[in-house]
Design a protein around this ligand. Structure first.
Ligand code: NOJ
Length: 564
């Protein structure tokens, strides 16, 4: 049994913050155009310099990359593009030596169809792996073989694929190359626990658990409502009947090591999340929900809309208030599944720096553990590719090919430009050299044209950069307990231009004011707060020494105050 006294992450995660690495586009250390672990090792000091406490790695494992690592073909190794286990151990040690924790992605709702379990499973109905996946007989309709139910896959057409060798269909909630594991099979759960122990005993500090709320399916797999676009069937695989039981088993493994568990929970509600993250008996420490990712869209980009600040504030405030004293928030604005936040909720054209810093302040001072996605800290923005063939993400292609097919081509492409996950997967912009300092050769994917100005080297030198603002915010959060533990209140909820919130902790008072406007706005100060009695902790405008605290807020201005 592991020595639990060693890992304090399970106790300390509330005051920590994390940096997410999507390795393929982070830093190429061996000159083949693909990001890798040598690149990560070389950048550990940079990551430490941000002031974060750990790294979450999106999958590093061998994978045919139908979904860039989220289709795993071997849970016990590192993808040869990124290095090998020895190199991983070197990175792990390098991180630990710097006081950085390491979280791995645990993807066990599905495997790759090239995983040896699936290759065996699909051969026959009676081999050692035949029950590792969700297989069903065809439904016979008018003498024809049809899928067992009407569910849609989230990534590629229908959720079932026929395999002649078994004369059966297998379930894939995501792409065809991502067959869903049968978690009701106790042997599969043993496999999951074995995988967890393998990485935890190596010294990994915890897991981000991919679509973990999907692992327990309704036993009857009933038909869903076909009028629900994209997610037909979801009520029968999200938060299924055995979910808590299975997570309890995985939790016990993590507790042996004092390891952290964060569950990804698409479409979850705050009420449901509380069932997972409340109290000592909780099955997860935190959850990534999607509510605040829908302030400019409907049903995760099924339809794109103008950014709506009130919608964003509603989502933030709901989670902040409902979790208070019961659970702990995982805070994020970007990850590898969403386009860049400045391009969505900010103004990348006219107020790139101001809106990038405003967005940082809008979430880093909330109650929860912040996650920062590679490139977010320098204000990277979306790419616009000229044709759908240039996009490589399986879900972007699905969105283009299967929805709104009656729209004109240009409008369909614009929808993908607004929503594609490819926008957050372009190579990291380290400097203004050829290939943005990401690699010495042509990178595997397009670099954003703005790398000459938007890059780490330039922003490190500029005291007013987005990068330095992130660093300052993280340092301020560390120094002020009230910004970690304080109670959150939102003010002026119906303002379409300002986001104002306060935090209170013992006798500490904080006031965070953020303008989301591209013109000057009259300041609004909550009752009981006298700005002249407070000190300004941080702002994203320069003249803070001379400014009248009651002056109008300038475009995307941030002012964060603390009582004296
Ligand atoms: C969520 C991951 O974050 C995403 O990248 C992936 O495509 C799906 N789960 C399927 O694994």
């Amino acid at each position: 049994m592991a020595d639990t006294t060693k890992n304090t992450i399970i106790r300390d995660f509330r005051s920590m913050s994390f940096y997410q690495i999507w390795i393929r586009s982070f830093a190429d250390g061996n000159g083949d155009g693909i990001g890798d672990l040598i690149g990560v090792y070389d950048k550990l000091d940079y990551i430490k310099s941000l002031g974060v406490d750990g790294i979450w790695f999106s999958p590093l494992y061998p994978s045919p990359n139908a979904d860039f690592g989220y289709d795993i073909s071997d849970y016990y190794d590192i993808h040869p593009d990124y290095g090998d286990l020895d190199l991983f151990k070197k990175v792990l040690k390098g991180a630990h030596d710097r006081g950085l924790k390491i979280l791995m992605d645990l993807v066990v709702n599905h495997t790759s169809d090239e995983h040896k379990w699936f290759l065996e499973s699909k051969k026959s109905r009676d081999n050692a792996y035949s029950d590792y996946y969700i297989w069903k007989d065809p439904k016979i309709v008018k003498g024809k073989k049809c899928p067992p139910n009407n569910w849609d896959s989230l990534f590629e057409g229908k959720a079932w694929e026929y395999v002649p060798e078994r004369d059966q269909y297998y379930l894939h909630i995501f792409a065809r190359k991502q067959p869903d594991l049968n978690m009701d099979n106790p042997v599969v759960r043993q496999e999951v626990k074995k995988i967890m122990r393998f990485w935890l005993s190596m010294g990994v500090d915890g897991f981000r658990e991919d679509v973990i709320t999907f692992i327990s399916k309704h036993p009857d797999l009933p038909d869903g409502n076909p009028f629900i676009p994209i997610a037909n069937g979801m009520p029968f695989y999200k938060d299924g009947p055995k979910i808590q039981e299975y997570l309890r088993e995985f939790r016990d493994v993590c507790l042996e090591y004092g390891a952290l568990q964060i569950g990804e929970a698409p479409m979850t509600t705050v009420e449901t999340a509380l069932l997972y993250i409340t109290g000592k008996e909780r099955t997860l420490d935190m959850m990534f929900h999607f509510d605040h990712m829908m302030a400019d869209c409907f049903l995760t980009e099924y339809i794109h809309r103008d950014f709506n600040l009130v919608k964003l504030k509603s989502a933030f405030s709901k989670w902040q208030t409902r979790l208070l004293g019961k659970g702990w928030n995982a805070l994020y604005l970007e990850n590898h599944d969403h386009p860049r936040i400045i391009s969505r909720y900010g103004d990348e054209k006219n107020f790139w720096r101001e809106s990038g810093t405003a967005l940082a302040a809008c979430y880093l001072f909330q109650q929860g553990t912040p996650f920062i996605y590679q490139g977010q800290e320098i204000g990277m923005t979306n790419i616009s590719l000229s044709s759908i063939d240039k996009y490589i993400d399986v879900s972007s292609k699905n969105n283009y090919n299967n929805f709104h097919t009656n729209w004109p081509k240009a409008k369909r492409l614009k929808r993908i430009m607004d929503s594609s996950r490819d926008s957050s997967r372009t190579p990291m912009q380290w400097n203004s050299d050829k290939y943005a300092g990401f690699s010495s050769v042509k990178p595997w994917f397009y670099i954003n044209h703005n790398y000459k100005t938007v890059n780490v080297e330039a922003e490190e030198k500029d005291p007013d950069s987005i990068l330095n603002f992130y660093k300052k915010c993280l340092a301020i959060r560390k120094e002020n307990k009230g910004l970690i533990y304080g109670r959150y209140f939102e003010h002026f909820h119906f303002s379409k231009k300002l986001y104002v919130y306060t935090r209170r902790y013992k006798n500490e008072r904080y006031l965070i004011m953020i303008s989301f406007s591209n013109i000057e706005e009259k300041i609004k100060v909550p009752k009981g707060y006298d700005l002249n009695e407070m000190e300004l902790l941080i702002s994203n405008y320069k003249d803070t020494d001379s400014i009248d605290f009651y002056a109008n807020l300038r475009p995307y201005e941030v002012r964060v105050f603390k009582n004296k």
